[in-house]
Design a protein. Structure first.
Length: 148
């Protein structure tokens, strides 16, 4: 009788332990899913940061050309709202940061003194070139080498 009681007691105890372990297993699964989701998010964010850093750390395609233009003294006058100015800037890509640029909405006096009447206007050796200028045209005006 004692053996029956012990085995019955053991069965109850084991069943009780299994019930207690079930929520723990469920919690472990939830925790594992969270870790996987967070890991995926971190990998995606790291990839975005890497792509951004590698793009902005590389030199622009026309850096040397734009620097030469600035050294020669050619200036572009434009306005941030001007679609032709945006198109001109886009031709240079990230190399535009090296171009001598006068923003006429902020530097009205400089543009008035230069007698800028349309955008964009390039001025070189007192000569005005109004409108979007191709890079090859700017190269021939300034004798700066345009290399791809």
């Amino acid at each position: 009788m004692e053996d029956k009681y012990l085995s019955k007691h053991k069965r109850r105890l084991m069943a009780h332990q299994e019930k207690e372990e079930e929520p723990v297993k469920h919690e472990k699964k939830k925790h594992s899913k969270k870790i996987i989701i967070y890991s995926i998010i971190i990998i995606i964010l790291a990839s975005i940061v890497y792509a951004s850093v590698s793009y902005y750390s590389k030199p622009g395609q026309y850096d040397d050309f734009a620097k030469c233009l600035s050294e020669k003294g050619i200036k572009m006058y434009g306005a941030d709202w001007c679609p032709n100015c945006k198109a001109q800037k886009k031709m240079f890509g990230k190399s535009f940061k090296y171009v001598n640029y006068v923003e006429c909405t902020k530097e009205k006096e400089a543009c008035a003194n230069a007698q800028v009447e349309g955008y964009p206007t390039w001025i070189y050796n007192a000569e005005k070139y109004v409108g979007v200028q191709s890079l090859s045209r700017l190269s021939s005006i300034t004798e700066c080498t345009l290399s791809n």
